[in-house]
Design a protein around this ligand. Structure first.
Ligand code: GDP
Ligand code: MN
Length: 398
C-alpha cells in the first residue's frame, strides 16, 4: 500500500527520523492556517507547497513550489489543489490533486551549504536480505544516476539476525562524503530510518532528497513509503492511511469482491484460476499478437456467482473487446465451471457485448466443451488447447 508523502513522514517522525516539518491542507484557506501554525512551531517564514499524490517527480510537473509569504501560500495552493498533475511517473492525463502539504522551507538560508542525498531501504530479492541503497547524487532522478554514473550508487546489505549495525551506518555516512556533526547526524538518521522500515513492516522507503541543512542537520525532505499489505493486520493505525482516490477504481471494487485483479492497458479481458496460470495466459495472449486488459485470478471456486462478478468487473473496462476464460479444473469440475459461465452469461442478459473464448482443461473437460458448444445464441466459443484459445481470441478481434 502506497502512502502520501505526509503520511510517510508521520511514520518516519514517530521513529525519531528527522523530517522537514509540514501540515496537510485540503483548501487554500486551510493552507494559510497551516502556514501560520507552522511558523509558530518552527519559526519559518518561507514555505514549500507540495502536491500530495501517489507519484514521484512532482517538482518537475509543477507540484512543488516555494512560497515566500502567506499570500503566495494561498495563490499557489489555489493553483495546485484541483490541478491534474502530470509528472514522469503519471499517465498523460495526470493525477487529480486533492490536498497539499505546507512544509517549512529548509533550504534557506545558506542554500549553498546544503547538500542533497538519496537514501532508500528495500528488500534485495536476489539475496533475501534488506538493504540500504544510497547515493551522494540525491535530489534528482535516481534512475538517471543509475544509468550514467552507476559507481555513485552504493548498497549496504543487512543481516536479518543483527539488523543494521552502527559500523554500517558510519560507512554510509562516510561514503556520502560527510564529516563532523553532519557525519554523526547521518549515522543517527540511517539507524532510525532502518528501524522505522523494519518496525512498520514496510516494503520500501525512498527518501530523495535527504538534506544536510546549512546547520548540519540531516532530514527527510521527501518520503516515498510503501507498506507491506500482508502485514497491515499488525498495524491497525496505518489502515486509515489508505486513500482509495489514488487507486484504480475497478481494482478497488475487485478487492472488495475478494478478486485478485490488476488493470492493464490491452483489450483482451482475462479470467483465470490461479496466479501462475493467469501469468501464463497473459504471456500467450501477447505471443498471439494481443494485449491483456487485466490480470484476474478468480481463485479456486469458479462458481456461477463468482464468474458473474468477474465478468462484470472485466467489462467495466471499456477497452475490453474479447474475454478469454482459461480455467484448469482440478478439484473444481470443468463442467460445473462451464455451467457457471453459461449461467452468468444468461443472468447478465445484454451486459455481455463481447465474444467470450472459453478454455477448460482438467476433470470433465470433454463434458464442459460439449456444454459450451451446445449453447445457442450466446457469443461463447470453446477451445481445448491453450495456444488455440489465444489464436481464437485474435480471430475474433481481427
Ligand atoms: P518530488 O519531485 O515528487 O520528488 O518531490 P520532492 O519532495 O523531492 O521535492 C522536489 C524538489 O523540491 C526537491 O528535490 C527540492 O529541490 C525542492 N524542495 C523541497 N523542499 C524544499 C524547500 O524547503 N525549499 C526549497 N527551496 N526547495 C525545496
Ligand atoms: Mn523526491
Amino acid at each position: 500500500m502506497n502512502l502520501h508523502e505526509y503520511q510517510g513522514k508521520e511514520i518516519l517522525s514517530s521513529f525519531g527520523v528527522g523530517i522537514q516539518r509540514g501540515i496537510v491542507a485540503q483548501t487554500p484557506e486551510e493552507a494559510v492556517e497551516a502556514a501560520k501554525q507552522l511558523t509558530e512551531q518552527t519559526g519559518t517564514s518561507w514555505y514549500v507547497v507540495k502536491a500530495q499524490v501517489h507519484a514521484g517527480g512532482r517538482g518537475k510537473g509543477g507540484g512543488v513550489k516555494l512560497a515566500k509569504n502567506l499570500e503566495e501560500v494561498k495563490t499557489i495552493s489555489d493553483d495546485i489543489i484541483g490541478m491534474m498533475l502530470v509528472t514522469p511517473q503519471t499517465s498523460a492525463e495526470g493525477k487529480l490533486v486533492s490536498q497539499v502539504l505546507i512544509a517549512e522551507d529548509v533550504y534557506y538560508p545558506g542554500e549553498s551549504e546544503t547538500e542533497e542525498f538519496y537514501v532508500s531501504v528495500l528488500l534485495n530479492r536476489a539475496t533475501g536480505k534488506n538493504m540500504v541503497m544510497y547515493s551522494p547524487e540525491g535530489g534528482m532522478d535516481i534512475e538517471e544516476v543509475a544509468e550514467k554514473t552507476p559507481e555513485l550508487i552504493f548498497t549496504e546489505e543487512i543481516d536479518p539476525g543483527t539488523g543494521l549495525l552502527p559500523f554500517q551506518a558510519r560507512k554510509i555516512a562516510f561514503n556520502l562524503g560527510l564529516s563532523g556533526n553532519a557525519f554523526k547526524e547521518m549515522t543517527k538518521f540511517v539507524m532510525s530510518l532502518y528501524k522505522a522500515y523494519e518496525k512498520s513492516d514496510s516494503a520500501m522507503f525512498e527518501i530523495n532528497p535527504v538534506l544536510k541543512t546549512s546547520d548540519n542537520k540531516i532530514i527527510a525532505v521527501d518520503a516515498k513509503v510503501s507498506l507491506d499489505e500482508n502485514a497491515l493486520y499488525r498495524h491497525q493505525d496505518y489502515l486509515a492511511y489508505r486513500d482509495i482516490r489514488e487507486e484504480h477504481p475497478i481494482e478497488v471494487e475487485a478487492k472488495a469482491a475478494g478478486l485478485n485483479y490488476v488493470a492493464l492497458d490491452g483489450n483482451v479481458g482475462c479470467m483465470v484460476n490461479g496466479a501462475g496460470l493467469a501469468m501464463g495466459t497473459m504471456d500467450l495472449i501477447k505471443q498471439a499478437g494481443g494485449e491483456p486488459a487485466n490480470f484476474l485470478d478468480v481463485g479456486g471456486t469458479a462458481d456461477a456467482k463468482r464468474v458473474e462478478i468477474a465478468f462484470r468487473i472485466i467489462l467495466k473496462d471499456p477497452n475490453v473487446k474479447a474475454i478469454l476464460v482459461n480455467i484448469f479444473g482440478g478439484i473444481v469440475r470443468c463442467d460445473r465451471v462451464a455451467q457457471g459461465v453459461v449461467d452468468a452469461y444468461k443472468n447478465m442478459k445484454n451486459a455481455i457485448n463481447v465474444p467470450i473464448i472459453v478454455r477448460l482443461q482438467g476433470t470433465n473437460a470433454v463434458e464442459a466443451k460439449a456444454l459450451i458448444d451446445a449453447q445457442e445464441g450466446l457469443n461463447v466459443i470453446s477451445a481445448v488447447e491453450f495456444q488455440e484459445a489465444a489464436e481464437k481470441v485474435q480471430e475474433v478481434l481481427s
